[in-house]
Design a protein around this ligand. Structure first.
Ligand code: ZN
Ligand code: ZN
Length: 545
């Protein structure tokens, strides 16, 4: 009898083991990416005490956190960040070299996702004339589509167009962004579809942006408890129009008229809540995570960036925004549990770049920081070409710390373009804010394996980038002395959180150095699909089960 019981128990254990293994091996039904625009790594630690259990802390505790992950190219801007996360490679390969850049072939400045071949879907305005045509490599979701014979849905959404379009690549079923200017609607491009799906039209019809903008933004907790930030009223923050000081409370109802009406939602935490509302509508509307195929949803929170630019890193506004975002995330994770199922999704959270402390604030602390005068800089460059080549027409454009030469003019004067470029690189270093300068030719012929020159090289695209590339000192911005920005290859701009969570992910953390381009091959490996076609990152093995 005893033996029979033992035998039955063994059989039972054997089969229960099998089922367990089966569940573990099952692919996620949905991959959700969360990109938080301008989130520095230290926002995780700086505000940790007041994060709740269900938001950042939930995925930190139960997921895998990379504590020393960095961007590995210059410039660290939104479009470039979003492209690099999802393609697993850098601008030298994927082609998105900035948000805006000078197009040598068109001889004009262009915006990364503009495409006049397409029309707005949702209204008759211009904000939908977009596509991912300037992205030259595939994304994770493109590869997922190819692997599943175009089955499974891939959807991107964000208040910013570029943050909705670039993550889901070329084959997306839809990408949606917010048209605040005229219509207070979520729109898309005819690149994806002819007509808005019913769920988007319904969301627009029952739009609650209005409700959010009739509220007052006050701090979540007693303002005196915001000890991680400077005092609320200080000279380093940019004010909203119609307010005398950059302080709480911010009565949005009164302020919206003077701050672009619906555009104001971008610069308040409610913009994040509003994004979660739309993400939930997308999951329900598209029935994501309900079939045998894996779906992919990319959600990018833009308000953190607008708020960061305006108030800076050490502002009560920024602290409050992250405390509120933590609650929005908790709400979104709980929704995913119920709607998709706890073990059915894999999630990763990261940022498209970080940000520098307001340079004027750093200066007030005697830390080296600088402001560049773009006009003075341009004149300095033209003086160089005048002095050495007797012409001020040798430069076509200066943008993103790159000089684009006028090659026709150089040829017509019988000059050598490499000689002109080298002279500029040698001389521009004498401009007081410029720290390093190098010619494109040097980047083509030298292999920089680490440090900031490696980042410059990873950001340099032989086809699209300029002829001379420059790097300013750390903490240098070209902007007014209030608020802040990003774009450099220094650690304050490159150090970002990367947290994986859910199906297929181990619990743990690592302080090893990883790059942003390691996310795409890791998720591809988890899904057992090919990595994006330009991938130069590596699989983060320690994060995977
Ligand atoms: Zn950004
Ligand atoms: Zn920004």
């Amino acid at each position: 009898m005893k033996n029979i019981i033992l035998f039955v128990l063994c059989i039972f254990l054997f089969f229960s083991n099998c089922t367990e293994k089966k569940i573990q091996d099952k692919k996620p039904k949905l991959v959700v990416s969360i990109v938080i625009d301008q989130m520095r790594y230290d926002y995780l630690t700086r505000y940790a005490e007041r994060y709740g259990k269900g938001g950042f802390n939930r995925i930190l505790k139960n997921g895998f956190s990379l504590e020393n992950a960095h961007y590995n190219y210059i410039p660290t801007y939104t479009a470039v960040g979003h492209a690099s996360i999802f393609t697993g490679t850098t601008p030298n390969n994927h082609g998105i070299i900035s948000n805006n850049w000078y197009d040598k072939f068109l001889k004009e400045s262009i915006y990364c996702v503009d495409d006049s071949n397409y029309a707005t879907v949702g209204n008759s305005g211009n904000v939908g004339k977009k596509s991912p045509q300037r992205l030259y490599t595939t994304t994770i979701s493109d590869e997922l589509h190819l692997a599943q014979n175009m089955k499974g849905k891939t959807i991107g959404l964000s208040i910013k167009d570029r943050s909705a379009i670039l993550p889901v690549g070329h084959t997306a079923n839809g990408a949606y962004w917010y048209d605040a200017a005229n219509n207070n609607q979520w729109v898309t491009s005819s690149y994806y579809m002819k007509k808005l799906p019913k769920w988007v039209a319904d969301f627009n019809a029952n739009n609650n942006a209005d409700n959010y903008l009739n509220e007052t933004w006050n701090t979540l907790y007693d303002i005196n408890t915001y000890e991680k930030s400077r005092s609320d009223n200080n000279i380093f923050e940019k004010n909203l129009n119609g307010k005398a000081t950059p302080t709480f409370p911010k009565k949005l109802k009164e302020l919206r008229a003077k701050n672009g009406n619906f555009n104001l939602i971008k610069t308040v935490p409610a913009g994040n809540t509003y994004t979660v509302d739309f993400a939930k509508a997308a999951i329900i509307g598209e029935q994501l995570g309900k079939t045998a195929y894996t779906d992919f949803l990319t959600v990018s929170f833009s308000s953190t960036d607008y708020i960061g630019h305006r108030y800076g890193v050490a502002a009560v506004e920024t602290e409050d925004t992250y405390l509120r975002l933590d609650k929005d995330l908790e709400d979104f994770f709980t929704f995913l549990d119920t709607e998709v199922g706890k073990n059915n999704y894999t999630l990763f959270l990261t940022a498209d770049h970080a940000a520098v402390h307001v340079p004027a604030y750093l200066q007030s602390l005697k830390i080296s920081a600088h402001y560049m005068d773009a006009k003075k800089f341009k004149n300095f460059i033209l003086e160089i070409t005048q002095k050495y080549f007797n012409s001020k027409e040798l430069v076509e454009n200066i943008s993103n710390y790159q000089i684009f030469l006028n090659k026709d003019k150089i040829a017509s004067l019988g000059l050598d373009k490499n000689e002109v470029a080298q002279k500029l690189a040698d001389e521009v270093i004498n401009f007081d804010k410029i720290y390093k300068a190098v010619t494109a030719r040097t980047l083509q012929t030298t292999n920089f394996t680490d440090g900031i020159m490696n980042s410059l090289q990873n950001g340099y695209n032989q086809k699209f980038s300029g002829d001379v590339l420059m790097i300013p000192y750390p903490a240098t911005l070209i902007r007014e002395r209030k608020g802040t920005s990003h774009g450099s290859g220094y650690s304050y701009d490159t150090h970002i959180p990367i947290i994986f969570y859910g199906n297929g992910i181990k619990k743990g953390k690592s302080s090893k150095k990883y790059s942003i381009i390691d996310i795409a091959p890791t998720i591809s490996n988890l899904l057992k699909i090919e990595s994006p076609n330009g991938t130069s990152g590596k699989v983060i093995e320690e994060a995977l089960k």
